[in-house]
Design a protein around this ligand. Sequence first.
Ligand code: SF4
Ligand code: F3S
Length: 110
Amino acid sequence: MPYVVAEPCINCRYTDCVEVCPVDCFHEGPNFLVIDPEVCIDCGACEPACPVRAIFSDGALPDPWKGYVELNADLCKRWPAILDEKDPLPNAERWKYLAGKGSELDRTRL
Ligand code: SF4
Ligand code: F3S
């Protein structure tokens, strides 16, 4: 079961997950990261690395975020790979604990 990035990443994008992934399966959009399910080897290293607990194995995703499985699979084909950790988004601390930010997702390509 591949791992999936869900809503808490939006507008935060801390990228600690990128640093620990052994197979470079993260792709980057303007305010969110996704995992390529065809590359993910299910090692689980990224899950505890995320400071906002945005990453889940697809079987463990909370019900409201089930749609992120398809979203990761779709957006990873359109967004470039990210191979190195970078600074979080400027307002990450402000968005960190806010729920219901799904509508903030920017799907455009960087
Ligand atoms: Fe990368 Fe492992 Fe996370 Fe999959 S589970 S995205 S391989 S760190
Ligand atoms: Fe997003 Fe968490 Fe990675 S905020 S960029 S999934 S470390």
